[in-house]
Design a protein around this ligand. Structure first.
Ligand SMILES: [Zn+2]
Ligand SMILES: [Zn+2]
Length: 812
């Protein structure tokens, strides 16, 4: 078997991708092994499986492969979370249309097409990265089966009182024209202006008293929606106006001045106007003080009739006009620039409005979720607090209805005669109620005339079922899972703790009364070479494809393992890629050398009389198994990979091979040669297995030389052989390796060729015996004498201090 000098990942990786049997990574439903179910993220099919995804999936794959080798029946499924706004926006862009201009069915078809195209691309990248995904467990949330599951979960939660419909203020994107959840509101700093506006007192007591109260606001366009004015109860400046009425400028309706502890006296003039609704604080005040509701902005972001004289204007235009009008009437005292943190739509960055509309909500049981989170093993642990903070900050329930098209329809009708809500029955699912009528008449009035719900569900309603779906949880069986539930592992990014992690826990509690997974493993983000978050605009963007093209998938995977600790953000650096690539070549050279001596080797579990250097290697190897296993169990992939690298490079290649080389080249049947072959074989065989989770292509190639016809990915994880850990041989071997290394570096410092004879080497290391020193002599090309064996030497003497012992070289 001829092996080329240079390792060629492009050939090896392609070969194994073509040759690997599909069944290699299949979950076995009838196995009696313990199962290890992974609740893999179903990515949004954008078409771009980016470097951040790739990092996350590498972590998942390291674990999946490791657990399989540990004897678990592993399920590594892959889903696609298809619905939602980004695809709709893409379709609108691609075809230059808006959702209002096209028939709903046609629009959905365009979204589906785009999604399918994108899935193909992302799947290809996952495969090329060597992900051991069980594709027989692939799921697509826009498929009828999954849609049915989502709708059934809605029906079940509705029946259990966990879902309800209500008119309530919600976060609203006027561009996307839909309600959005808290988790979809992002905050950005924007330049705003703070306007000081005069509100006239309705009855001024005395002539000396000022006629106006000055109020600073960033949103004068909401004056029509002003329903009250508030001051802090301890603010002495406004004692006399509390309880009195003020006239709202321009619109001239009157509002009362109330007191509220949460008014900040230091902001503006210390007086605030309460509008329905400027922000979340307005919603709080509106509820607390039981105020009326005047909606002046509609669902498209235009002024309503309530804003008399401004109706039909966009919010920004209205603001400009009102400021001009206030100025003309002398009611604008001044305005000053202000940096403001504005809530914007996560998708289109349009500032959100808070609008009261009739929506569907899922009840958020804050305490239950926090309790459940405490039962889950968070890794790294500190991320648990993010979930808690998020849950604590929620002000109202989860709004799940979206006024969009590409989503799972809400399976509900309304009776046209009496308005009664009709929920779809199980055998009607999946259903689009806007297209199909219910089978039964109205339970209240027997009418058969219905109007179907037009809204669709928030896409997190689909993806928050992923754990239940992969575990084949039967939503009807009342607590039956096809497989194991809770699942073993949820791997995900920290950017979606407040969405995916939160919603999954919530849904799992609501539908099963149990936590969804035992462990949640959080990955960090990938930063560019410049240390900033990767973005196309910064030009620090790397695609995994670039790395694969140049160096192969194994190299990318090595970077993912070693780039940083799980949970921390990882910087992408080409020099790490180059280092990983060099390591591949090193491994290949080791293998190439080893195969010269092992191609005809027949391993037998027999008592070989092992030389000290071989015992030393096997001691180090077994310690490596220990440390790598330990690191894998605690998700420290970086430590595992570093340990493997250090062993292969320093111990095996630099030290051991130099020490054992001449014995390996010795005549066959020789005891020293057999001892070395035994140690080398054991080491390579084990190393291939330890490498298998990280660099599956190379490990398979390596194993195909060592164990022809077998796949390393069907093997068991190596067991530590305690009897191979020989403390004494370990210490002696270290000393021998140290001596050889120092003598060799002495030679190279002196410009003496490494293979040139040096003379006599004497060591005073007491525990070395005659047989032990053979390898030193061979590796240093000297005649080695033990101290005390001979008298004073003649000739030039060089003394080296090696690990506390003296080594003398007598040059000839
Ligand atoms: Zn939007
Ligand atoms: Zn009815």
């Amino acid at each position: 078997m001829k092996m080329e000098k240079k390792y060629k990942p492009e050939i090896v990786e392609k070969k194994w991708l073509e040759n690997w049997d599909e069944s290699l990574y299949c979950f076995n439903g009838s196995s009696d092994k313990s199962s290890y179910i992974i609740d893999t993220p179903p990515p949004y099919p954008t078409g771009d499986f980016h470097v951040g995804n790739a990092l996350n999936w590498c972590y998942i794959d390291f674990l999946a492969r490791y657990k399989r080798m540990r004897g678990y029946n592993v399920m590594f499924p892959q889903g696609w979370d298809c619905h939602g706004l980004p695809t709709e926006v893409k379709v609108e862009e691609r075809y230059g249309i808006s959702k209002r201009q096209i028939n709903k069915q046609e629009f959905r078809e365009l979204c589906k097409q785009l999604t399918l195209e994108n899935i193909v691309q992302m799947k290809d990248m996952m495969q090329r990265l060597g992900m051991s995904i069980d594709w027989s467990k692939e799921f697509v949330t826009m498929d009828d089966r999954y849609k049915r599951y989502t709708q059934l979960s809605f029906v079940k939660m509705y029946r259990d009182g966990m879902i309800y419909q209500e008119e309530h203020p919600v976060n609203w994107c006027p561009r996307c024209e839909t309600a959005i959840a808290f988790a979809e509101v992002e905050y950005e700093d924007r330049n705003a202006s703070l306007n000081y506006i005069l509100f006239k007192k309705v009855d001024v007591g005395t002539e000396q008293e000022a006629a106006y109260v000055e109020i600073a606001t960033t949103r004068p366009e909401l004056l029509a929606s002003c329903v009250a004015v508030a001051v802090h109860p301890d603010d002495e400046r406004y004692e006399d106006v509390v309880g009195k009425e003020l006239a709202v400028p321009i619109f001239e309706h009157t509002v009362k001045v109330c007191e509220d502890e949460s008014v900040d006296p230091a902001f503006g003039t210390g007086v605030v106007m309460i509008c329905t609704f400027g922000d979340r604080q307005d919603v709080r005040w509106w509820k607390l003080h039981n105020l009326p509701l005047i909606a002046s902005i509609d669902e498209r972001g235009q002024m309503t009739e309530a804003a008399r004289g401004y109706e039909g204007l966009r919010v920004a235009e209205c603001k400009t006009r009102i400021i001009e009008d206030l100025n003309a009437q002398g009611l604008l005292k001044k305005h000053e620039p202000l940096q403001q943190n504005v809530g914007v739509c996560w998708r289109c960055k349009t500032p959100i409005e808070i609008i009261s509309t009739r929506q569907w909500f899922v009840r958020v049981m804050q305490d239950d979720i926090i309790k459940a989170s405490d039962e889950i093993n968070w890794y790294p642990e500190h991320f648990a607090i993010r979930l808690k903070n998020w849950v604590d900050s929620m002000e109202w329930d989860w709004c799940i209805s979206r006024q969009r098209i590409f989503g799972v329809p809400i399976p509900v009708w309304y009776c046209k005669r009496c308005g009664t809500v009709k929920i779809a029955t199980e055998d009607e699912l999946p259903v689009d109620p806007s297209m199909v009528s219910p089978k039964e008449p109205c339970a209240n009035c027997s009418s058969t005339e219905f109007k179907g719900e037009e809204d669709v569900l928030d896409t997190w309603m689909d993806s928050s079922l992923s754990a239940l779906w992969v575990a084949e949880w039967d939503l009807n069986a009342g607590g039956q899972s096809g497989i194991a539930f809770p699942t073993a592992l949820r791997p995900q990014g920290h950017d979606i703790i407040r969405t995916w992690a939160f919603y999954t826990i919530l849904r799992s509690l609501a539908l099963t009364n149990a936590i969804p997974w035992h462990t949640i493993l959080i990955n960090g983000m990938v930063l560019g070479e410049d240390g900033y978050k990767m973005s196309k605009s910064r030009n620090n963007f790397i695609s995994p494809d670039e790395v694969i093209q140049e160096h192969g998938a194994d190299v990318f995977r090595q970077w993912a393992a070693i780039g940083g600790a799980v949970g921390s953000d990882v910087q992408f650096r080409w020099k790490d890629i180059v280092a990983a690539s060099k390591f591949m070549q090193k491994l290949w050279s080791i293998l190439r050398f080893a195969m010269l001596h092992l191609s005809d080797y027949q391993y037998e579990e027999r008592a070989v009389s092992l030389r000290v250097v071989d015992k030393w290697l096997l001691t180090k190897l077994n310690k490596l198994i220990l440390s790598v296993t330990d690191a894998m169990e605690t998700y420290k992939f970086d430590e595992a990979m570093k340990d493997i690298r250090a062993f292969a490079w320093n111990v095996l290649a630099d030290d051991y091979i130099e020490l054992a080389k001449s014995r390996l080249y010795g005549s066959s049947g020789d005891e020293g040669k057999e001892s070395a072959r035994y140690a080398l074989y054991m080491t390579l065989e084990t190393l291939a297995k330890l490498l298998a989770p990280f660099i599956p292509f190379f490990a398979e190639e390596m194993y195909s030389y060592i164990e022809p016809g077998r796949s390393v990915h069907r093997e068991q994880w190596p067991e530590v052989k305690q009897d191979m850990i020989d403390v004494e041989a370990g210490m002696k071997g270290n000393l021998i390796a140290d001596i050889v290394r120092d003598v060799r570096s002495y030679k190279s410092n002196q410009s003496i060729p490494l293979n040139a004879p040096l003379g006599i080497l004497r060591t005073d290391a007491k525990d070395l015996n005659r047989r032990d020193i053979e390898d030193i002599a061979n590796a240093t090309v000297t005649k080695v004498e033990l101290w005390g064996d001979v008298g004073e030497p003649e000739g030039e003497e060089i003394i080296l201090n090696v690990s506390g012992t003296k080594v003398r070289i007598i040059k000839e």
